[in-house]
Design a protein around this ligand. Structure first.
Ligand code: ATP
Length: 501
């Protein structure tokens, strides 16, 4: 894919109201984004498709919506407080801070070429790759600091007492302590009211496992699904919404009897790849990548990522594979940890067989923002077609699957008279009544109106013209083929509903 594709997608996303930089009029906030009118519809449709396929269509899955702030001990038990950290490194040349595990690998001791201060137009310099065996992802330099761990959870305080007050009151006491003592004392004060924004939705399902068993008559194999915001203080953020500090997840925790876990893992690994294909992502841009044994989290028995080939700008200019979703066999680790921490019994007793066990968990964990970005990238297309004067022109079109397209149909009166606007409004109302999101546009030449809808990814445009008055028919123009079909006004709702089902 050409290197400027991502630039074009970012520009279209802003111009047409899919994605804006957060707080843009204040200069923007790094790695925070807002979804505009088209973007919010697209993301909602993706989340709705996930919920319908993962919860409504399945008798063995129920939904859940947990609070973002949970008891802080949840994160102690889950291991997030101690272990949810990334190795961070500072570049001594360009001063960028980055994740060591994401840096380009180069053999230690070999020569590396880097840009002075990381600036594109900076002088090209030569250096040596340090002992770490990687270089700065920004400037390519090899003169780097040691790695330090950094906790990714956002900490805040809950309650009426502001820890700053107690810290202010303890200034004299703190001044008498050495650095280590000061840190410990400050830690004690903060810990009294410290809570965290959840870094994943999954723990909500584990801590509610017993509630759901007791209230819903579910029994393994069964799953609990949740969509919602998660927060990670990510150090390296880039590529629009691919990696941000606030993002939305779509996670399923599927509880199974130990011994049946390999089978269920294989099932979900395949089912989740198929889901993206079913919603229109091209097969050539999707792959499943099994994790090497050395990559697995210590509690995981197996893990595979569904990856998408994003047109990100990089050195090769070809784009790169990025994770959309991870499918993991998390064993009984999480339930066991929460049972140990709370003293509560989180086992399952099967009455028919009199067997008691702690279920194993298969977790397909997807990101709604990454999926939205992948659907946007995959839908983007430029087509060379002659314009009205017969000259070469480019048609920019988003080829969304109708199920996820933000607007399903646009309704156009050919002219603003002869009762055509009124007739168009009637058709709009009938479509909206049936839950079909549509858009009315009466301004500009019809060709221009079609192009605007192509860029928004709207699969159908309905044009109301003179024949509508005479024969009660309209034309329906299909986005991808641009073919027009004449159908009766009374057929429109069923026709569109059937196509976007
Ligand atoms: P990565 O390796 O890319 O940091 P991860 O393996 O830590 O991701 P998981 O903890 O498995 O991610 O989270 C499940 C899904 O949540 C990911 O596949 C991704 O789609 C989404 N996700 C995770 N972190 C972010 C983020 N910072 N921004 C946007 N989406 C994210």
């Amino acid at each position: 894919m050409p290197n400027d594709t991502m630039k074009k997608i970012v520009s279209l996303a802003k111009r047409r109201g899919f994605i804006f930089q957060s707080s843009e009029i204040y200069g923007g906030l790094k790695a925070c984004y807002d979804y505009g009118p088209l973007g919010v519809e697209l993301k909602r449709n993706i989340k709705d498709a996930w919920w319908r396929d993962m919860v409504h269509r399945r008798e063995d899955v129920v939904g859940l919506d947990c609070s973002i702030i949970m008891h802080p001990d949840v994160w102690k038990a889950s291991g997030h407080l101690a272990g949810f950290s990334d190795p961070l490194v500072d570049c001594k040349n360009c001063k960028e801070r980055f994740r060591a595990d994401h840096a380009p690998r180069k053999d230690a001791g070999t020569e590396t070429e880097y840009r002075e201060n990381g600036k594109q137009d900076g002088k090209k310099l030569k250096g040596v790759v340090g002992k770490q065996g990687y270089v700065c992802p920004v400037c390519g330099g090899g003169d780097l600091s040691d790695e330090r761990q950094f906790n990714l959870m956002f900490r805040t305080s809950l309650g009426s007492v502001d820890p700053m007050q107690e810290i202010a009151g303890a200034v004299e006491e703190l001044a008498k302590l050495d650095a280590k003592g000061r840190r410990e004392r400050l830690g004690e004060i903060i810990a009294k009211s410290a809570v965290y924004l959840r870094p994943e939705t999954a723990q909500g399902m584990f801590v509610n496992f017993k509630n759901i068993l007791d209230s819903s008559r579910m029994k393994p194999p069964f799953g609990i699904a949740q969509t919602g915001k998660s927060y990670r203080n990510e150090i390296t953020t880039a590529n629009l919404t691919f990696r941000t500090c606030e993002f939305e997840q779509m996670e399923l925790e599927f509880f199974v009897e130990p011994g049946t876990d390999d089978e269920w893992y294989a099932y979900w690994r395949n089912a989740r790849l198929e889901w993206y294909k079913k919603l229109g992502i091209r097969e050539k841009n999707l792959r499943l990548r099994d994790h090497e044994q050395s990559e697995l989290a210590h509690y995981a028995k197996a893990c595979a990522d569904v990856e998408y080939f994003f047109p990100f700008e990089n050195e090769s200019g070809e784009g790169e594979w990025g994770e959309l979703e991870g499918i993991a066999n998390r064993t009984d680790y999480d339930l066991k940890k929460h049972a140990e921490a709370t003293g509560k019994d989180l086992s399952y007793f099967e009455t028919e067989t009199k067997k008691r066990y702690i279920p194993y968990v298969i977790e397909p964990a997807a990101g709604a923002d990454r999926a939205t970005l992948a659907f946007l990238c995959d839908a983007y297309d430029e087509e060379a077609i002659p314009d009205q004067k017969g000259e070469d022109a480019v048609r920019t079109v988003l080829r969304f699957h109708p199920r996820i397209a933000p607007i399903k149909a646009a309704v156009f009166p050919l002219v603003k008279k002869d009762g055509l606007p009124e007739k168009s409004r009637e058709i709009m109302a009938a479509l909206l009544d049936q839950g079909v999101n549509c858009f009315y546009d009466q301004s500009g030449a019809i060709g221009r109106r079609y192009r605007r809808m192509d860029e928004a990814g709207t699969p159908f445009c309905i044009t109301v013209d003179a024949e509508t008055n005479e024969q009660n028919t309209v034309t329906v123009r299909e986005r991808d083929s641009m073919q027009q079909t004449r159908i009766g006004v009374n057929e429109v709702v069923e026709y569109i509903k059937e196509k976007v089902k």
